[in-house]
Unconditional design. Structure first.
Length: 129
C-alpha cells in the first residue's frame, strides 16, 4: 500500500471521528420539560423573563451567582441559576436563552444570551425606508 493511501485513510478516519464527537457534544434547543428528561445533557432553553418574580443578585456575597425565573416557549416556568455576573440591562430583555442543564432545584446555566428591544421604533424604521 502506498504512503498516500495510508495518509488518506488516516484523514478520513479522523474526519469521521470528529463528526461523531461533534454530534455527541452538540447542544440542542429544548424546553424545560425536555431538559428535565436528560439532566446530564446541555440544552439551550428559549424563554421570556418573569418580571413578577424576584431576581436575586448579591455581588458582595457571590459575584458569580444570579437567579431569576424564566418561562419557556411551552409556558413552563422554572428557576434559573446563572453562574456568572448579572448581564447589563437584563430586565429589558425581550427574549432570553439560557445554556445549561436541569437539576433538582432548577435550571443551572453556564451562559445566558439576551435579546434586547430595538432602540428604533417602527415609525423611525419606516421613515428611513
Amino acid at each position: 500500500m502506498k504512503k498516500s493511501h495510508i495518509v488518506l485513510i488516516l484523514v478520513i478516519a479522523g474526519a469521521i471521528g470528529l463528526a461523531i464527537y461533534s454530534l455527541q457534544s452538540s447542544e440542542t434547543y429544548a424546553s424545560f420539560r425536555e431538559a428535565e428528561q436528560e439532566p446530564e445533557k446541555v440544552f439551550h432553553v428559549v424563554g421570556k423573563l418573569n418580571l413578577e418574580k424576584e431576581m436575586i443578585y448579591n455581588p458582595q456575597q457571590d459575584v458569580n451567582l444570579f437567579s431569576f425565573y424564566l418561562i419557556d416557549k411551552e409556558g413552563v416556568e422554572n428557576k434559573v441559576w446563572l453562574y456568572k455576573t448579572k448581564p447589563q440591562d437584563f430586565e429589558k430583555s425581550e427574549q432570553v436563552v439560557v445554556v445549561g442543564s436541569m437539576k433538582q432545584d432548577g435550571f443551572h446555566a453556564k451562559d445566558v444570551l439576551t435579546k434586547c428591544p430595538s432602540k428604533y421604533s417602527d415609525a423611525q424604521t419606516q421613515q428611513v425606508q
